[in-house]
Design a protein around this ligand. Structure first.
Ligand code: HSE
Length: 401
């Protein structure tokens, strides 16, 4: 019998306990022994519920219990999650987390500590909810140099953008629905302003490059400025708009950005809708792979945590190696990245204005009183200069290519 503890009994923590109970036999078979939750670390007492007798309020009870081999961390946030996770690892207990804030901040240190203490630190659920992406990226793409990761990494914003695109629902109403469905972060600004996707692309980029990527070094734009008019242009071009995290690696350097992109219906990511996430990974040997599934929600995320728990039980005191070191890989300055842009302008915009944007295509009649131009590839710096000189830009969206 493997005895484990769960720290944090919110949406994901309770999902882990539920998944372990619902699929008890299947999980026992795969782990090689039954898996029992001995402790749940929570702030409340949950009187009269089946978990009442498992509740503890002091993490040291878990850290000091030699029976516990694996600890799930689903508290969220950097502290006290880091202190608690470190204490567990130093006691030789493997830690499985869904907490991307913790992984992006202290991933390298936590992995080093796990190796030093003959246990493991796993974080499959920190990116892409139920989608297996961390382990495939790290373990299955071993022969490859990863050259690109492009992902729809936030379920809440993908849900909102899909509702806006397909039903013309307002941004605010779609966000409320996403919150009611339990997809959104406690503070939804992390979803809609891109911080959540930014942390996730930082983690994936760290796994792919073997170096720490600091998420605040990544240029980030959220979806709060996306309007239904933008979707009218997208529809006219047989495209949609998706919040993408994109990292491109070449010659030891990396370009990385999170922003809304127009994406053509020819690309598989176009069809990733609602709360689903999709991640395309390109390697120089394997070519392009696509990972798809529910990127948020109680049970899908819990599934990824439980998979890690089972992996840790099977590994016992054998430590996996460390996916990335403490060395920082800083993305190149985003002003040097080259993109095509769709630029919305007043209907009366002059030919000179069009030239400023290296116009390749003009769209008229999509939105009353407006025209839009599609630019040739230009650097972000060139685009910003053109926008400033023009002074008439209504909106812009980058085009994924
Ligand atoms: N708020 C996140 C999302 C939850 O919507 O994708 C999963 O990280």
């Amino acid at each position: 019998m493997a005895k484990i503890a769960v720290m944090g009994y919110g949406t994901i923590g309770s999902g882990v306990v539920e998944a372990l109970s619902v699929n008890k036999e299947t999980i026992a078979k795969k782990a090689g022994e039954p898996v029992e939750v001995k402790y749940i670390l929570a702030l409340r007492d949950f009187p009269g519920t089946p978990i009442e007798d498992k509740i503890v309020h002091d993490y040291k009870i878990i850290a000091e219990d030699p029976e516990i081999s694996v600890v799930v961390e689903t508290m969220g946030g950097v502290e006290p999650a880091n202190t608690f996770a470190m204490a567990m690892l130093r006691s030789g207990k493997s830690v499985c987390t869904s907490n991307k804030a913790l992984v992006v901040e202290y991933g390298a240190e936590l992995m080093e500590t796990a190796v030093e203490n003959h246990c493991n630190f796993m974080f499959e659920a920190s990116v892409g909810g139920g989608i297996p992406i961390i382990r495939p990226l790290y373990e299955c793409l071993t022969p490859d140099e990863v050259t690109e990761i492009a992902g729809i990494l936030n379920g809440t914003t993908n849900y909102i953008l899909t509702e806006m695109d397909q039903k013309g629902v307002s941004f605010d109403d779609a966000l409320k629905q996403a919150q009611a469905l339990g997809y959104a972060e406690r503070d939804p600004s992390a979803d809609v302003e891109g911080g959540d996707a930014c942390r996730k692309i930082a983690i994936l980029s760290s796994v792919a490059t073997g170096k720490r990527v600091v998420f605040t070094d990544i240029h980030m734009e959220g979806i709060t400025n996306v309007t239904t008019a933008d979707f009218n242009y997208a529809a006219a071009l047989d495209m949609s708009i998706k919040l993408l995290g994109v990292s491109r690696m070449a010659d030891g350097k990396m370009k990385s950005m999170v922003a809304p992109f127009l994406i053509h219906s020819d690309y598989p990511l176009y069809n990733v809708k609602d709360v689903f996430n999709g991640i395309m990974v390109t390697g120089n040997i394997v070519d392009t792979l696509m990972f798809f599934g529910r990127g948020a929600g109680k049970l899908p995320t819990a599934a990824a945590v439980v998979a890690d728990v089972v992996k840790c039980i099977k590994l016992g005191s054998v430590s996996g190696t460390i996916p990335w070191s403490r060395d920082v890989l800083k993305p190149e300055n985003y002003l040097d990245y080259t993109n095509r842009f769709l630029v919305r302008l007043p209907e009366s915009a002059s030919e000179e204005t069009q030239k400023l944007f290296k116009t390749e295509q003009i769209l008229r009649g999509v939105v009353d009183g407006e025209m839009a131009v599609i630019t040739a590839p230009m650097t972000e710096a060139e685009y910003l200069e053109a926008e400033k000189t023009c002074g008439q830009v209504i909106g812009k969206t980058r085009m994924y290519q």
